[in-house]
Design a protein. Structure first.
Lengths: 405, 405
């Protein structure tokens, strides 16, 4: 189950960025579960990683390697997260990096490993290494769609976004893929995202922009509130378009970062739409809050409430459960009588109770839709924050009760 | 579904405390949904209430009335929470109090109202008042079991506990009832608890003991992390036993507070065992933490994780999900290699990964049971904290997706 059509848009190749897909048979024989990505020499690469203290071996190695060397290859395997695997996990991830480095004639620090799947099982290193030659032979700038499928785990559909912007007669391309459907929560989740552009962007600026945009996209989605040990989101800039963006041209920088935000929002929303068992795509918008943290406290309290999420699954306009969430979000001196809550354009709460104009029919009409906006207007200040989430369905329970079997 | 046999123990009457049950037909015709409780003159009463900022009208009135007058009557209705009902809700709750005051010849401030059920619907005042004469006529010290049933909403079984302690040839009785099965979370939940004793306890001391014991019982249980707008837990002391407990006799005070904790723990655990859709009763014990807050952060992160809860439902020893929770609990400078995690007596995590001695068979044997202990040993200090929770099952989703229909 997933929300919306889920057809992939046209995925423009990014000059200087190649992808190769192969099958290592990690969980299922024949499944294409290994993706190798190659950055042209001279590319820059930015990354944001999970804040889970139990971050997996590959995440720890990615950080070390990024600090030590320009990055040339990213290796992703699915089916096994190589997390909670102790020292052996570190050695296993390094063995994979070394195998790539040897085949591609780069220093081992130029290779970054990514793993996603079950936690706590030993990484099947031999299987992965055995698939590397095929992945390398498959490297191509036209492989985005196959790579989007290659990084899936419990995802029911591949996720990708692509955009081209024109500037002074030149074209800049941004294309990306993502994966994730459960364990989705701020600070990255079982979420992997890879975006590449052919613009030239200095490393420091690239990192700054990725961090900012990830905070407004990947870090604002939640399916079940669980944060994974493996989340990573990477942004590569190859420079092959010949357009340099260094921040000195504000108009160009704005054009680029806006396009980046659209691409990353589309990738992030695709994860929510494919949330485990999702039947609804829900935006929670908290308006006129005093501060960003208080807006997010209210938004996430609603987004994580099992009672709200099951009501969404039932298409039940049970506004009392939303109201109870606002009440327990821990906001100091909340004036209950001053706030309003809306389902799309239907006002459901005002003056501390059910809105006078509210009818069950109007609420029901909103809830019957697949896409729902919950708006909470606090009337305390100027800040607006948005998060995106799903409902909680029988399928969520089935998927997560059966995942290992 | 519920965990354990669920048979009620012998419920000793508490001299000076009478209960009367009647049917107001609030949600279902004929259902006994109104309970009136009478405290003998001279009794003391302590209360703890929800911290939800949207606390319901009856909670607001309880606090006002408790401050204004000794309490003589408590009136509970189920089927309607009188929450999110604005000024009309306050007027409705007061109308019920006035009707009790008139019939029982006490000041209106001596009457405390409690409501539990659907949020945001107008309280059916006329139906409740029409049932008061029957409830009053039914008042009896032997009515604990009927009252336990009378305060149920989505509960599948009545909940009660009772204990007698002997001291210098005299008997002190403590008997209590509770209700709640969803929206269960620290700071009270859709939880109501009423405990009475025939000891004589000064008001201030009674309040202090209730607050302390509630913090270690009702405030340590969680089913779905949602906090209700209506939670209340009350402790009445009638003094009819002739034993005064004022703290000057430490041995007696210890005897009494330990019995109180056993009774309140049993009432709290009964709520978890009857948690919506529960198939498991789970204790999460975090040991050798540096501080109580960090122990509770770890415990609640595990207790609220949908991934852990669905694995519990599946009887799947997916220790990786527990480990990921400890990692994202936000503990500063957590030494991953120093901690251990156990399922009952089976060590599942040590040295940052799966325990060397661990076998799937041993883990599976624990998970196949109905009662499971998850122990996290942080090895950072001296503090131990416990919370109790359930799994997340298909029935939880069904119950909460269908509740209003």
């Amino acid at each position: 189950m997933a929300v919306g059509p889920g057809t992939l848009p046209q995925l423009h190749p990014v000059s200087g960025f190649r992808l190769g897909i192969a099958s290592a048979g990690i969980k299922k024989p024949g499944r294409r579960d290994v993706v190798l990505m190659e950055l042209a020499e001279g590319s820059t690469l930015a990354g944001v990683y999970t804040l889970n203290a139990f971050c997996a071996a590959p995440v720890r190695i990615c950080k070390q390697h990024q600090a030590a060397s320009p990055s040339r290859y990213m290796l992703v395997n699915t089916g096994n997260a190589n997390a909670g695997t102790g020292e052996q996990g570190m050695a296993d991830a390094m063995a994979c990096c070394e195998a790539v480095a040897e085949r591609c004639a780069v220093p081992v620090e130029a290779v970054l490993p990514y793993s996603t799947g079950v936690i706590g099982e030993p990484l099947p290193v031999d299987k992965i290494i055995a698939a590397l030659d095929a992945a390398k032979a498959d490297l191509s700038e036209d492989n985005w769609e196959a790579a989007a499928s290659g990084i899936m785990t419990t995802d029911t559909r591949p996720k990708a976004a692509s955009e081209q912007i024109q500037y002074q007669g030149k074209t800049i391309t941004l294309t990306g893929i993502s994966k994730g459907s459960g364990m989705i929560m701020p600070n990255m989740a079982t979420m992997l995202g890879y975006v590449a552009t052919d613009a030239e962007v200095p490393q420091e600026l690239l990192q700054q922009w990725l961090t900012n945009v990830a905070d407004r996209s990947f870090n604002r989605i939640t399916v079940d509130g669980d944060t994974s040990t493996n989340d990573s989101c990477m942004l590569a800039a190859t420079g092959a378009s010949g357009v340099r963006i260094d921040g000195s041209d504000y108009e160009l920088a704005a054009l680029f970062t806006e396009a980046l935000e659209r691409v990353m929002l589309e990738l992030a929303h695709a994860i929510v739409r494919d949330g485990e068992g999702a039947t609804k795509f829900v935006e929670i918008c908290v308006e006129s809050a005093g501060t960003s943290p208080e807006a997010l406290d209210v938004a996430y309290t609603i987004a994580h409430s099992p009672l709200v999420k099951t009501a969404l699954f039932a298409s039940d306009p049970n506004w009392g459960r939303i109201l109870a969430c606002v009440g327990r979000a821990g906001i100091d001196n909340l004036d209950l009588d001053a706030l309003q809550i809306y389902l799309n354009d239907v006002c459901i709460v005002e003056n501390g109770g059910r809105a006078a104009s509210y009818t069950e029919e109007a609420g029901q009409a909103v809830m019957d839709g697949e896409e729902i906006l919950i708006r909470v207007v606090l009337n305390r200040g100027q800040v607006t924050e948005r998060v995106w989430t799903t409902d909680l369905s029988h399928d969520y329970v089935s998927i997560n009760a059966d995942y290992r079997s």
